[in-house]
Structure formats: C-alpha cells, structure tokens
Design a protein. Structure first.
Length: 55
C-alpha cells in the first residue's frame, strides 16, 4: 500500500517507537458501511470470516 510506505519512509524514527514490525495496517476485517443490514446479519457475516492463524 503506497500510503503505508510513505508514512514509514517519512516518519520512520517516530513510528519506530510505536511499531516494531514494518507494517502499519493489520489483516483485520472492518465494516465501514452496512447499507442498513440488520445487526444479526452483520454478526453472522463477521463470525463467518476466516481468522488468521495465531503466531
């Protein structure tokens, strides 16, 4: 992602205090808009997502 690269490049010293890895974004899921879907439908969708393996 270009934004992540630019942030790391331009603010490496500052970011190194907070981020040990060379990534800023996680592999998590997010719902930004739901288009009026009922809460139960959203819960089922989230629960149906694959979870990343625990390291």
């Amino acid at each position: 992602m270009v934004t992540s690269r630019a942030l790391r490049k331009n603010h490496a010293e500052h970011l190194s205090k907070f981020y040990r890895k060379r990534v800023l974004w996680s592999g998590s899921y997010a719902i930004l808009t739901a288009g009026g879907a009922p809460l139960e439908v959203l819960k089922q969708y989230i629960q149906g997502q694959r979870r990343p393996p625990v390291a």
